[in-house]
Ligand binder design. Structure first.
Ligand code: C2E
Ligand code: CA
Ligand code: CA
Length: 664
């Protein structure tokens, strides 16, 4: 009988494939120990039994008592298969086990329903109920996998979702056939559906295996990442460890070398940490180290690497530094921050640190040398009484320290009234009269003595102190001018130097306006001097700022002209009034033909642009003669007068007034 053979064959094939998949899953279950695999193994075993029992119901004669028993077994196995399949899906997606009690109760209930159904219902109704439950379960599982597919990499969940969905459709198909059969319609092709069943069922099995393999792959990748992190980080502080630090240093050195940049390596060692550890215990020591790590990390920028080198040693890599002052600032910041007491187990703990610093390229070209030299410098910091930092290169150290010391003194210079303004006359060549004064700052320090700008202006620039200092000079000079205008000469002007830093300051114009207001001078009697190189730094911005200053009514002078790189084009566009010929040209006008040629060319060019020309640094009669011959407008220099204090200068101004009133 061919029909019977077909049925037997397809059932046997399905049972066999289910059994094979069960064996495979069981094998994986033993290997990976995942509990969802146990559920799925059970589910496939149940499915194999379901198929075998189903085959028996078909093969046994209608009246055979074994047939009812087979139906009971088939139904119970079928229901349990669905439940176990779902348990497995739940555990895989939710990553937690199903609750045993709930699972057990459900399985027992399903078994009872299976037994009762097999005893009570006719074959078509039994098939319908089973198909309904199975379709519903596979739909749910398929949707769950589809939704979860984005959470994971790989295509495992998509691959399992599709056959589950197809299987659910097939079960829906069976449900329709069962309902039709109850209504008296028989599907003639029922027999051949067994082939499709075999195929779909095998595919769900393959999908499960694919899914499981991908799940494992992902888990092992995560484990690898975790292991990698552990290998390159210190478990306690979470900071990079020594190997990672050295790795990053190699990369940073290559970059610094290529870009011609400086790089700094700090070596930090906590002072007397061993005492803390020994007296208060390791857990306190650990908590302190964690706190220290966090504080250091907060003192540096994102691109910097803080590492725990070992014990109470930390290292810091700053891949890009501009100058030594910046490095010193960071070191001081760390030292100051660590000094703030730590609160550990409700008690205050005090810790200080010694820092050694190595700088590429000066202190070494390879990672080992740099770290070793930073370490050496750290020991020097310990020798110096701890709680301080030392740069490796001794010369650099001395210069940086000197500069920092100077900066600290300069910080107090203003409030301690140590700064003075000196005035140097600008003399009109035609009338031989003092028409203007250049304000020049001086620093009278109780220990260091009388200091010229060359000793402190660059430090003031670097530290930003030039802003308040420059403002003070401007205000002092304007107030002094007001006095002299009242008492000596109402046409007198004053020139004040502006540094690059001041010139870039966004509120420069308003602060100048404020000074004009406060001193009460006519804006036209103030001249601001900017150097040619400052002006050229960002020519367009310079033009804009100069226009704003001009709008206040003040005059602009181009200082040190001839020393920077200048473009005539810009000179024409800068709204300036005066050009100050740099002293270096004036010095050699009588001995160097080229300098003489330059001076005469600059003077005539300036005149053609309607600018007043001032020659700086005029020291001899010969220089004066040449300048007069070239029709220079004004001169400034020791020949006439060195810069003087207001008190010293005043008699000169008074005598000039007296002369004027005599000559009329
Ligand atoms: P500068 O603006 O070119 O000032 C002229 C400098 O030449 C002054 O030096 C002055 O004393 C000096 N000098 C004047 N006549 C002669 C001379 O005949 N021969 C020689 N060899 N030198 C002469 P000082 O006062 O030492 O100032 C140096 C520089 O410091 C100034 O150069 C200026 O750039 C800067 N500076 C001075 N005071 C201030 C200030 O208040 N603010 C700013 N930003 N810079 C200032
Ligand atoms: Ca000047
Ligand atoms: Ca000058």
């Amino acid at each position: 009988m061919p029909e019977l053979r077909i049925v037997t064959l397809t059932f046997a094939a399905q049972a066999l494939s289910a059994a094979v998949i069960a064996v495979v899953l069981f094998g994986f279950r033993r290997q990976y120990g995942k509990s969802y695999l146990a559920h799925w193994t059970a589910s496939w075993v149940a499915l194999a039994i379901h198929h075998l029992a189903d085959a028996a119901t078909v093969l046994l004669p209608a009246a055979h008592p074994g047939r009812l028993a087979a139906a009971v077994v088939a139904d119970v196995a079928g229901y349990l298969q669905i439940a176990w399949m779902l348990f497995g899906v739940y555990e895989l997606l939710r990553r937690r086990p199903v609750r045993m009690r709930v699972a057990k109760n459900l399985l027992v209930t399903l078994a009872i329903v299976g037994v009762a159904g097999a005893l009570v219902f006719a074959e078509a109704a039994r098939a319908g109920i089973y198909a309904f439950l199975s379709a519903a379960a596979y739909f749910v599982a398929s949707i769950a996998f589809w939704k979860a597919r984005k959470r994971r990499e790989g295509i495992g969940f998509t691959m399992i979702s599709a056959p589950f969905f197809a299987y659910a459709l097939q079960q829906t198909h069976y449900l329709v056939i069962a309902v039709a059969s109850l209504l008296g319609f028989e599907a003639g092709y029922l027999l051949y559906l067994g082939y499709a069943d075999f195929l779909l069922q095998s595919m769900t099995g393959i999908g499960m295996i694919a899914c499981l393999l991908e799940d494992e792959r992902e888990a092992s990748e995560l484990a690898a990442v975790e292991a990698g992190h552990l290998a390159y980080h210190d478990a306690m502080t979470g900071l990079p460890n020594r190997p990672l630090f050295m790795d990053r240093l190699i990369v940073a050195l290559a970059q610094a070398n290529r870009a011609n940049q400086k790089l700094a390596v700090f070596f930090l060692d906590l002072d007397r940490f061993k005492d803390i550890n020994d007296s208060l215990g390791h857990s306190t020591g650990d908590a302190l180290l964690k706190g220290v790590a966090e504080r250091i990390r907060r003192c540096v920028r994102e691109g910097d690497t803080v590492a725990r080198f070992g014990g109470d040693e930390f290292t810091l890599l700053i891949p890009k530094i501009e100058n030594i002052e910046d490095v010193a600032k960071i070191a001081q910041k760390i030292i100051d921050n660590l000094k703030i007491p730590f609160l550990i187990a409700e008690r205050e703990m005090f810790v200080t640190t010694s820092i050694g610093i190595g700088i590429f390229p000066g202190d070494g070209h390879d990672p080992e040398t740099l770290v070793r030299n930073a370490d050496t410098a750290m020991y020097r910091a310990k020798d110096q009484g701890r709680d301080n930092y030392q740069l490796y290169a001794p010369a650099m150290n001395a210069r940086a320290l000197e500069r920092l010391a100077l900066e600290n003194l300069l910080r107090k210079a203003l409030s301690h009234h140590e700064l003075r303004v000196y005035y140097q006359p600008l003399v009109d060549l035609a009338s031989k009269r003092i028409v203007g004064l250049e304000a020049l700052v001086r620093w009278q320090h109780p220990d260091l003595g009388f200091l010229l700008p060359a000793h402190f202006i660059s430090t003031a620039e670097l530290s930003g102190l030039i802003i308040p200092i420059g403002h003070w000079v401007l205000l002092t000079a304007c107030k002094q001018l007001r006095q002299w205008q009242k008492r000596v000469d109402s046409d007198l002007t004053v020139s004040v130097n502006l540094s690059a830093r001041q010139f870039q300051q966004p509120n420069l114009v308003s602060s100048v306006a404020e000074v004009l207001d406060e001193s009460g001078i006519d804006p036209r009697s103030l001249e601001l001097e900017i150097t040619e190189s400052n002006a050229m730094q960002n020519a367009e911005v310079t033009i804009h700022t100069l226009r704003e200053l001009k709008a206040l009514g003040v005059r602009i002078s181009m200082d040190d002209f001839g020393t920077g790189y200048s473009s005539l084009n810009y000179l024409k566009r800068f709204p300036i009034d005066t050009l100050k010929l740099d002293q270096s040209f004036v010095r050699e006008v009588n001995t160097d033909r080229r300098d003489a040629a330059i001076v005469s060319a600059v003077i005539s060019m300036a005149h053609s642009l309607d600018l007043t020309v001032v020659a700086e640094g005029v020291e001899t009669e010969e220089q004066l003669g040449f300048l007069r011959q070239e029709r220079c407008d004004r001169i400034q220099g020791f020949l006439f007068s060195a810069p003087m204090s207001a008190e010293e200068l005043e008699p000169y101004l008074m005598s000039q007034r007296a002369m004027r009133s005599v000559t009329g």
